[in-house]
Structure formats: structure tokens, C-alpha cells
Write a protein that binds this ligand. Structure first.
Ligand code: CA
Length: 664
């Protein structure tokens, strides 16, 4: 989803008072239903449907033998039941059959819909499927568990798209662009270097963040040889996996089974799975599954009755309405329970209200305390939801179990996302030092950080460092390699790679949770395309031969990740800890440095000195005369040490990080 931080730039409308003129006010009186038997249940007594549709004048279930292109075999009239629902039953287990709902509303029968709770679907998600979920579990599924995580900032997150990751012939992966790509061990490029899941293990990331993997609208699952590409921010069926990532989109169980096999494979290899969820809007408006089951209810509207559009995609959902809030909460619970998902990334999270996000986090923590939640703390347009209720970055302190992306660090380190040529701290632009410091302390209150000088935020919005995700690159906007090429047009590739190392060293050593975009570790690019949501494979595919040509880049990232994982000083969990153990030196143009002191967060090192020189000149720095181990210097890094020094006046090479450590 486009990361347009309009919410922080725009003059926002005053909270809209509910009134008789507000087309949404009638929804407040709707009965709600929060049972777990919504839409479909199969048990010993038969097959049962329960559709929530308070305004329907009549409702039907229509049965089909296949997921597409066949005539109905039966139509069942539904009867009114409690909480605005309609029910129907047959005394048989209809495994293998498909169904849709249709409701009569304002005197006419609406188009058929698989409903909003279809957990299995036929090709292109047009009909819901009745399958026995017990048969979709891989062997050993009951004992399957994601990696234990004491705190979110122990994670190192790797954001990837299924197709980017495996579709190139250079991946050596058989199941290209499929869930199963992440189940293949021992894959490699032409030089024998690991790709796929072995590459992830080698790199050392802890969690794979998969771009939308629920059933989305844009890719024609009936015509996969056409090889169309999409990020998937166009939700169709929120509770079923995307068909084009399965080996057979026409077999409703295949996508379920294969996604579970992917999760299990990652778990078996010690990796967690974060799912990107997009409850903030749907691909369609009047023809969405929401609109066809309960017209109007799930969306926010303008006073003239048109769809409000905080998503920039034509509509926005209404988490502040009870049935929608319950829907989001129950949907993420379902993915956590049925698919063992370890974390959720909320797209345009500020379209949702604070109360919903707190309920989401609480419900997930109840399932497993180490499931974590983060999101984009902004919207892509104005919303009728009052600013103070939005799950904005600026409101994250009101959501203690939720984290937000730091656009502060991102824009300060590499340059602003709206201007390709703009440079940042790591590419030699002075004046951003204080904003880099905001990133380093994960936007917590720190006595040595002057928030009035922050480029994006003017106050410490995070109540704890666990509330911030630090990054310099993701699927949105120019990814790091392209940003460096466009903002450093006269530099050599080697110098741009130095800048990338410096940028990621800032990310991986900062407090908060680090997040990298797949392929950055081998300096992949997207040929300068900043919004590649439907670009072809030639733009989006990762060329794994780069792992050979950019082997030193990979080695640096790997060692940087190891450094973070072995040293809890980089992973403090409270604002007070950071304030006490992280001490900045006065900044100079292009130079930010600090010490992590007194065995911060139980670290084996008594002191860690971290110096970032973003300028194109060597700079000197004075360091206490002690016995130091040099961990990083001049674009090289070794978590066990490159060399030693006695301190004093040291030179920091241009555009590089110097990291020193001492045990006493
Ligand atoms: Ca689909």
C-alpha cells in the first residue's frame, strides 16, 4: 500500500458529529453477532449456514458442484435468526460442494457472494468451498509453533513477496512464485550459493513478513500462465489464502494446505511468519462481499452518501462499527489459530480506530503472548474518523501492544520518499542528525534528543522502544538500491553499497525493531520503479546471481544481523533503560555518535561506541583510552572483532560506521 503520510501533512477535518444527515448513523442501531459459527459450520448433524445481514428482506444459500462455470444444484431459503443473522441447514456434510449467498435488499436480489467469512474458495474466490480443514494439516501440525520471542524488538523482519523471492530462474527453486517455494531446502543459484529458505537462515533474519497472502482480486487464477503480478493490496476474501500462490487454484484445499506447509517449513527452520493484512479497504465498492451481504454497513461514507476514501483505493472500512471491529479481531485470531501466524502488519492502520487495534493485540496475545502487531501509522487520505480515535503513529502510546513504522528514521537516513533525488544523512545531507537520533532512540523520550528539530515528528510518540519499526526500505516507494542510484547519480556502485551498509547499520543498531526489504542484502534493484505493484517479473523478481556479484554486501548484512542478535544492548525494552544506557555525543554535520553504557540490557559488553559518518569526508572522533575491540570500520564488520585499538583520536572513514566495544 502506498505510504503516503497525508495524515500528518493535511489540515484534518473536525470530527464529524453523528446526525440525522449522516448516512452512517442508522448502522448504530443494527444488531450484531459475534459467534464463531458465522457463515459455515460442518458438524456431525450436517452443514449449517449463518449469514449476518440485518437489513435483508430475504436470504438464500445457492449450492454448486464446482468453484466456477457450473449451474446451481440447489437453492436453500434462509430464515431469520438472532443478532441480525439468517440461517439454513442440511442434514448432511457437504464436503466437496461450493456455495454462495444472495440477499434481497430494497426489493431486489443482489448478486451472489461467497460471503465475508469464506475460509476456502474456488478459483478466483467467487464461490465458497466446503472442505474438511482437518485434512489440510501437514504432518506434525499440532506440535507446530513459531519461534519464541520475548519482545518484538528481538525480531529482525524480512519483508518479501512470494513471486519476487522465487520466480527468477536464478533462484533454483521449483515452485516459483508459490507458497511451496519456502518449503524447498538446498536450493541455490548457478554459483552454488544458497537461495530460498536456506538463504534466509544464512542471513539470520528471524521473521519473514509476507506481502498480502489472503485471496486478493487482481491476478486471474484461471489464467496463471499469463503470469500477471500484483502486490495484492486489493482484498477479496480475507479468510482464505490467495489462489495464485497455490499449485492448483481450482482445488480449494490446495491453497490452504500449501500455505500451512509454508508456515510449518519456516517454523521448522526457526523462522516466524508475519502476514500483511489489509482490512482498511476492499478491491470493490458496491460489489464487494461486504456490500453484497450488508450493504453500506462495513464502510464509512461522506455526508452525501458517497464512499469516503482514506485508503486512496476508493473506499475505507469502518472498524469503529461493532460488527466490523469484531470481524477484524476474529479474522486475525483465525489466521493465528488455523495457520499459526506469528505476527500481523496492518496496512494503513490509522484508518482503523485505536480501540480496534487494542482489541486485536489483546486477542492475539491471549492466543500466544509472542504474536506481535505493527502497522502503518498513517492514512492515505482524510477520513470521517476523528483524528484522536485513529491508530496513528502519533497515537501509538495509546496502543501499548502495537508498533508503528518510523518514517522519521527512514526519510532522515536515505532522503525523503517523495523526492527521488533528495539525499539523507547516509548520503551526505547535513541537518538531519537530530532526526536520526529520534530513530536511534525509537522515538522515545530521551534527555539528549531535541524533538523540536525532528523533520517528521516533533514529540516522542513511542511510550517504549518496542513500539517502533525502523527501516530505510520496503516494497513501497523507491527501494534502497534505486534510491541510492537516483540520489547519488555520480557515485560508483561501490560507493552506493557503502551508503547502503551505513544506512542498514543505523537500522540494525537502533533501538526498536529492524525491518529490511527482501534482496537488499544482495543489492537487488527494481530498475527505478517506485510503485511496482503490478510491474512484471522483470522489475520485481530478485536476481539471485547478485548474491555472487555482491557477496561482500551479503556478508556485511549477515554479520550486522548477528551483531544485533548477540547483543541485547541494541534491544532495550523500556524508555527508561534507553534514557539511562544510551548517551549521545554532541552532533556535528554528518556525524552522529553515542555510547551504550553499563552493560545495557544485560549485554556482555560494558560499553559499545557507535559512530555514523554520513559525510563524504573522513571525520575524527575522540574515544576514551581503553582496550577496545573494533567491530565495524570503513565498510567492514565482524561481530567478533576486526582488530583492536587503544582509543584516543580515531578516524571514521567517509560514509561508514565505526563500532567499538569493550568488556571492561
Ligand atoms: Ca485471488
Amino acid at each position: 500500500m502506498n505510504s503516503i503520510q497525508l495524515a500528518t501533512l493535511m489540515c484534518l477535518a473536525a470530527p464529524a458529529a453523528l446526525s440525522a444527515q449522516n448516512p452512517d448513523s442508522r448502522f448504530e442501531t443494527f444488531p450484531t453477532y459475534d459467534g464463531t459459527d458465522l457463515e459455515l459450520t460442518v458438524d456431525a448433524s450436517g452443514t449449517h449456514w449463518r449469514l449476518w445481514s440485518p437489513e435483508a428482506e430475504a436470504a438464500r444459500v445457492i449450492l454448486y458442484p464446482t468453484g466456477a462455470n457450473t449451474a446451481a444444484t440447489d437453492t436453500l431459503d434462509m430464515t431469520r435468526s438472532e443478532g441480525g443473522t439468517w440461517v439454513a441447514s442440511v442434514p448432511r456434510q457437504l464436503y466437496g460442494d461450493f456455495y454462495t449467498f444472495s440477499i434481497k435488499h430494497s426489493g431486489r436480489w443482489l448478486d451472489e457472494t461467497p460471503g465475508v467469512w469464506a475460509k476456502a474458495v474456488g478459483v478466483n474466490g467467487q464461490r465458497a468451498a466446503i472442505i474438511d480443514f482437518a485434512t489440510t494439516n501437514p504432518e506434525g501440525w499440532e506440535a507446530d509453533r513459531g519461534p519464541a520471542l520475548a519482545h518484538i524488538n528481538d525480531a529482525v523482519i524480512y519483508e518479501m513477496h512470494h513471486r519476487d523471492f522465487s520466480v527468477s530462474p536464478s533462484s533454483g527453486i521449483a515452485n516459483k512464485g508459490k507458497f511451496l517455494a519456502l518449503t524447498e531446502p538446498a536450493t541455490h543459484n548457478a554459483h552454488g550459493e544458497a537461495t530460498g529458505i536456506d538463504h534466509l537462515k544464512e542471513l539470520g533474519v528471524t521473521h519473514v513478513h509476507i506481502l498480502p497472502s489472503y485471496d486478493y482480486n487482481s491476478v486471474d487464477e484461471a489464467n496463471l500462465p499469463a503470469n500477471t503480478y500484483n502486490w495484492g493490496y486489493d482484498p477479496l476474501n480475507y479468510n482464505a489464502p490467495e489462489g495464485s500462490y497455490s499449485t492448483n487454484p481450482s482445488d480449494p484445499a490446495a491453497r490452504v494446505r500449501e500455505m500451512k506447509e509454508m508456515v510449518k517449513s519456516l517454523h521448522d527452520n526457526g523462522l516466524g511468519v508475519v502476514m500483511d493484512v489489509v482490512y482498511n479497504h476492499t478491491a470493490d465498492n458496491d460489489n464487494s462481499n461486504f456490500s453484497l451481504t450488508a450493504p453500506g454497513y462495513y464502510y464509512r461514507h461522506r455526508p452525501d452518501g458517497s464512499y469516503s476514501d482514506a485508503s486512496g483505493c476508493g473506499n475505507e472500512t469502518a472498524s469503529d462499527r461493532q460488527q466490523m471491529r469484531d470481524y477484524i479481531v476474529n479474522s486475525v485470531k483465525y489466521w493465528a489459530d488455523e495457520y499459526h501466524i506469528d505476527g500481523f502488519r496492518f496496512d494503513l492502520m490509522a484508518i482503523h480506530d485505536i480501540e480496534t487495534m487494542n482489541e486485536v493485540a489483546a486477542a492475539l496475545k491471549e492466543i500466544r503472548p509472542d504474536i506481535f502487531v505493527y502497522g502503518e501509522g498513517w492514512t492515505a487520505g482524510d477520513s470521517p474518523l476523528p483524528v484522536e480515535r485513529r491508530a496513528l503513529k502519533e497515537n501509538v502510546a495509546k496502543m501499548p501492544q502495537v508498533a508503528v513504522f518510523s518514517d522519521d528514521l527512514r526519510d532522515a537516513v536515505k532522503g525523503h520518499y517523495t523526492d527521488a533525488a533528495d539525499r539523507g544523512f547516509a548520503t551526505g545531507k547535513p541537518g538531519l542528525e537530530e532526526t536520526v537520533k529520534i530513530g536511534i532512540v525509537a522515538a522515545t523520550a530521551h534527555p539528549q534528543v531535541d524533538y523540536s528539530k525532528g523533520a517528521n515528528s516533533k514529540f516522542p510518540y513511542a511510550a517504549a522502544p518496542t513500539q517502533v519499526i525502523n527501516y530505510v526500505s520496503c516494497h513501497d516507494d523507491l527501494m534502497l538500491t534505486d534510491k541510492l542510484r537516483l540520489s547519488l547519480p555520480d557515485d560508483s556502485e561501490a560507493d552506493r553499497q557503502r551508503a547502503a551498509r551505513l544506512a542498514q547499520t543505523i537500522v540494525l543498531t537502533s533501538q526498536g525493531t529492524p525491518f529490511i526489504f527482501a534482496g537488499e542484502e544482495i543489492f537487488r534493484d527494481k530498475k527505478g520503479v517506485h510503485n511496482s505493484y503490478k510491474s512484471p517479473d522483470s522489475i520485481n523478481a530478485i536476481d539471485w546471481e547478485l548474491k555472487h556479484s555482491n557477496a561482500e554486501q551479503m556478508a556485511y548484512y549477515k554479520e550486522l544481523i548477528r551483531l544485533r542478535k548477540e547483543h541485547p544492548a541494541f534491544r532495550m525494552t523500556t524508555t527508561d533503560q534507553v534514557a539511562r544506557h544510551l548517551r549521545f555525543d554532541p552532533v556535528r554535520p554528518g556525524l552522529v555518535s553515542y555510547s551504550l553504557v553499563d552493560n545495557a540490557n544485560g549485554d556482555s559488553w560494558n560499553e559499545i561506541k557507535v559512530v555514523f559518518n554520513g559525510s563524504n569526508e573522513a571525520q575524527t572522533i575522540k574515544v576514551a583510552r581503553k582496550d577496545w575491540t573494533v567491530i565495524a570500520e570503513d565498510g567492514r564488520i565482524n561481530a567478533d572483532g576486526l582488530s583492536t585499538t587503544r582509543g584516543g583520536t580515531l578516524t571514521v572513514a567517509p560514509r561508514s560506521a565505526l563500532i567499538l566495544a569493550r568488556s571492561k
